[in-house]
Write a protein that binds this ligand. Structure first.
Ligand code: GLU
Length: 484
């Protein structure tokens, strides 16, 4: 096979908003396709009607788009092997299951849910593996036809061969074996006529010419059933790659609770897509050296399934934050400016009060200090409004009875400056300290507190030159009044 013949798919079930685990699966498929010059396909697996969530498909599509994972074939964009939504392919599954019944690889089961429940309880009591007991496999052709004519509901089950070892190879895990004894006669078509995941997935992967099945480890135990289905149809088996589980820092399985792990939430919290994609790429993959910061284009170039490891990947939010800091830092000023304006509007700060020049100098001062765009207003609100209060801890430590006197002298010195630069402010402060016979520090700390309300931040004289002389003097006067 030529690398360009690679066809992979992301096949989510629309049971909720896309979570980070789903994004990881989508990303690894996308990267593998781009790396080999193949195709990335989106297929919606919506045959479980009970778990269908309104709006989930739209969310999946818009989130993939937001993350930059454009698919080559799928819903909306179409493609040669559509439709790409399983509920629109029901007749295909129906035809295929007929073929399996015909060849003896599958059979109809008329057992009622009540009978199955009694059977299950019985097995539980006897500590047996829960498995269908094949009552309906023993029905005669006459019994089957009379059940059908009587309109009895039925499912169709896979007839798992006895005493065989089902083997397949997995790019990440090597050779994998399952004994057929451990595999249940899986339902392929439910009584509502809808296929189960297993049948629809295999039929579609075959007809959509999928070459590599890349999915989460939780699907590994389904794979022997899929292998049996490929064999029953006489089809080539795709290459499998099961991605490692995602773990919490305490090594428990990453919580699936939507609120915790939905991509939407990270987006809402202000994470950059570049950072989230970079972070998710490192959940189970590494480039084989120490590098950690990647653009999506670099990932497309570097990614390979061979470098995906088997052991669980720990989801570490600190690392994600660090990557967000790194990616935000790399963004050109103009882009950060646009994001900052958008953020100001969101938090109801009137953007028109600040010209671009002003905002760009705020960005320059804060660049090395912000992890999120929202940090511009959260860490340095004083660039957008005079302080309304003064950090009590800092007041206690830095504001002395004589501070007011020093600051008044400083304000007078500042007022005399014309169009001061950052250095002019500094020189003026030194002159004031000298004439008062005090140390620079005696003035610097209360000055910072006066203009920012805080004890730390970027260079003090940078702050002054950004907010300007009049504002600086006004803030000094307010602080003197307020703190006495
Ligand atoms: N529909 C399955 C899911 O929701 C797809 C698993 C697979 O990729 O085969 O993840």
């Amino acid at each position: 096979m030529n690398p360009g013949d690679v066809r992979v798919r992301f096949a989510p079930s629309p049971t909720g908003f896309l979570h980070v685990g789903g994004l990881r699966t989508a990303l690894f498929n996308y990267l593998f396709a781009r790396n080999s010059g193949g195709k990335f396909i989106l297929r919606i697996e919506d045959t479980d009607r009970a778990r269908f969530v309104e709006g989930a498909v739209e969310n999946l599509i818009s989130t993939l788009k937001w993350a930059g994972l454009e698919y080559d074939e799928g819903p909306v964009v179409g493609g040669e092997y559509g439709p790409y939504i399983q509920s629109e392919r029901l007749d295909i599954y129906g035809k295929h299951v007929e073929m399996l019944i015909e060849s003896g690889a599958a059979y109809r089961c008329f057992c009622t849910p009540e009978r199955l429940e009694t059977m299950r309880k019985e097995q539980e009591k006897k500590k047996l593996q829960p498995k269908y007991d094949r009552t309906c496999l023993r029905l005669s052709p006459e019994e089957i036809s009379s059940n059908i004519s009587a309109g009895k509901p039925f499912v169709v089950r896979l007839r798992v061969p006895d005493d065989t070892v089902i083997k397949f190879s997995d790019v990440i895990r090597g050779e994998v074996e399952f004994s057929s004894e451990r595999v249940d006669d899986q339902v392929l078509i439910k009584s509502d006529g809808y296929p189960t995941y297993h049948l629809a997935n295999v039929v579609d992967d075959h007809h959509m010419r999928i070459t590599h099945v890349i999915r989460g480890e939780e699907w590994l135990s389904s794979t022997p059933k899929h292998v049996l289905l490929y064999r029953a149809f006489g089809w080539d088996i795709p290459t499998f790659a099961h991605l490692p589980l995602l773990l919490n820092p305490d090594k428990s399985k990453l919580s699936k609770r939507q609120g915790d792990v939905a991509v939407e939430d990270y987006k809402e919290k202000g994470y950059l897509k570049e950072a989230l994609v970079n972070f998710v790429a490192l959940l189970g993959w590494n480039p084989g050296d120490e590098r950690e910061i990647f653009s999506i284009a670099e990932l497309e170039k570097e990614f390979s399934l061979e470098k995906v490891n088997k052991s669980g990947a720990v989801f570490n939010v600190e690392k994600l934050n660090w990557l967000n800091f790194q990616h935000l830092r790399k963004k050109p000023d103009a882009m950060v400016l646009a994001m900052l304006k958008e953020h100001l509007m969101k938090v109801s700060i009137e953007v028109s009060r600040f010209n671009d020049q002003y905002l760009l100098s705020v960005i320059a001062a804060m660049r090395e200090r912000v992890t999120f765009v929202k940090d511009f207003t959260e860490k340095s609100p004083y660039f957008f409004a005079a302080p309304k209060s003064y950090d009590p801890g800092v007041v206690q430590k830095r504001w002395k009875p004589e501070s007011a006197v020093y600051l008044k002298a400083l304000a007078a010195e500042f007022s005399g400056l014309s169009d001061p630069t950052k250095n002019d402010y500094e020189a003026a402060l030194h002159r004031t300290a000298e004439s008062l016979g005090v140390g620079n520090g005696d003035i610097i700390h209360p000055l910072r507190l006066s203009v920012s309300g805080m004890g730390e931040g970027p260079g003090l004289f940078d702050i002054l030159s950004i907010i300007g002389k009049e504002e600086t003097v006004r803030r000094i006067e307010s602080a003197v009044n307020e703190l006495k």
